[in-house]
Every structure is written in structure tokens, then in C-alpha cells.
Design a protein around this ligand. Structure first.
Ligand code: TMP
Length: 210
């Protein structure tokens, strides 16, 4: 594949907490870079911005925020990156994104009274992914991986509801069994990503849920 032709691809990795997303995102970045592809890794929530600092404080249970208000903050945290993302994609940079609007919807709609359709609204119009990869791991396996339980949302009951919510959105995604070895999972991801990068060419960047 020619390096640097056409626009970059928008690749999202989603999954439950402790599904191995972050490890896989880093391996993907290294692998594509080693083949001279222009690629960047971004992560939501981006905890460095002003909205991100509030989200961080909320997740670490230092601050209470109304369920709908925190949902909108997570969404704002993505919107503030939109122009930068579009610019990168247009300049041929492939973006690997660790969580996106799908996490926003799956986690928020696991709370009482927040409908999935309502949760989608604030993210409508964000850059549309060219590929969504979902790392599928059972909520009990995820719980047995390290560090679980330190942040808000990291409990098995809640994660089960989140998993069901993800399933309600995953028809067009590549769902990968994340229980395999790190290298096998990486290879599967890499194959999907490479074929997506070849297919985007100069196709216009879509708008999510429109
Ligand atoms: P992280 O562990 O990947 O940094 O994600 C932080 C937590 O925030 C994780 O439990 C998923 C949750 N989350 C939301 O509730 N809404 C969102 O929009 C995003 C991106 C993450």
C-alpha cells in the first residue's frame, strides 16, 4: 500500500474497562509507525483539557456531577478535538482512537433513566469512524485483570449493563475475541486496520449518526 496517499482513516477501539484496548492501541501505533505510516493515537476522555480535568475528578470519585451533565461533558471533550481530528485526517494522518462516542452512550445509558437514543444526541455530527473495533471480553474476565475497581464504573454489575449496551450498537463493527494472546489479537486488529486504510482513499469523512 502506498504510504501517504489519500486521507487518513479514523479507527476506533472500544471495549469494556480492562479489555486490553490501551495495550492494543499502543501496539497498533508502533506497528503502523514502523511501516512509515502517518499515524496518531488519541484517547477519550482526554483528561488534560478543562473538561477533561472535571471528568477525571468525577471518575476518581472526587466530585459529584449530575448524570446528564457528565454525559454532556464527555461529549464536549470529544467536540473540542473535532477540528484537530479533521485536519489530521485530511493531511493523511490515520487516527487510532481509544474510546469514542460509543463508550459515551454505553456507559451513560447504563444509568437509570438515561435512554440510549437520548445519549446519542450530543455526539451526532462528530467525525464518523471508518472502522470500529470492539474488544470483546466477558465482564468477569475483565474484572480479573489488574487494577479493576479503582475508578467509578469499575464494578462487574455495571460493566454487564455496559456490555449489553455496546451490543445494541455493534452491528457494523468488527467484534474481536479479546481473550486470545496479545499478539494474536494485535494481528487481527492490524489486518482490519490495513484494509480500512487502503479503502478510505479520498472518500469524504462522514458525520456520526446522521
Ligand atoms: P478510560 O479508563 O479509558 O480512561 O475511561 C474512563 C472511564 O470513562 C471508563 O470507565 C469509560 C468511561 N467513559 C464514559 O463514561 N463516557 C465516555 O464518553 C467515555 C469516553 C468514557
Amino acid at each position: 500500500m502506498a504510504v501517504g496517499s489519500g486521507r487518513g482513516a479514523l479507527i476506533i477501539l472500544e471495549g469494556l474497562d480492562r479489555s486490553g484496548k490501551t495495550t492494543q492501541c499502543k501496539k497498533l501505533l508502533e506497528s503502523l509507525r514502523s511501516h512509515q505510516h502517518k499515524v496518531k493515537l488519541i484517547k477519550f476522555p482526554d483528561r488534560t483539557t478543562e473538561t477533561g480535568k472535571m471528568i477525571d475528578s468525577y471518575l476518581k470519585q472526587n466530585m459529584k456531577i449530575d448524570d446528564r451533565a457528565i454525559h454532556l461533558l464527555f461529549s464536549a471533550n470529544r467536540w473540542e478535538k473535532r477540528l484537530e481530528m479533521l485536519k489530521d485526517l485530511e493531511q493523511g494522518i490515520t487516527l487510532i482512537v481509544d474510546r469514542y462516542a460509543f463508550s459515551g452512550v454505553a456507559f451513560s445509558s447504563a444509568k437509570k433513566g438515561l435512554e440510549l437514543e437520548w445519549c446519542k444526541c450530543p455526539d451526532r455530527g462528530l467525525p464518523k469512524p471508518d472502522l470500529v473495533i470492539f474488544l470483546n471480553v466477558s465482564s468477569s474476565d475483565a474484572a480479573s485483570r489488574g487494577g479493576y475497581g479503582e475508578e467509578r464504573y469499575e464494578n462487574t454489575e455495571f460493566q454487564k449493563t455496559v456490555a449489553n449496551n455496546f451490543k445494541r450498537m455493534w452491528d457494523e463493527w468488527k467484534v474481536i475475541d479479546a481473550g486470545g494472546s496479545i499478539d494474536d489479537v494485535h494481528q487481527t486488529i492490524l489486518n482490519y486496520v490495513k484494509s480500512t486504510m487502503q479503502s478510505v482513499d479520498d472518500k469524504p469523512i462522514g458525520e456520526l449518526w446522521i
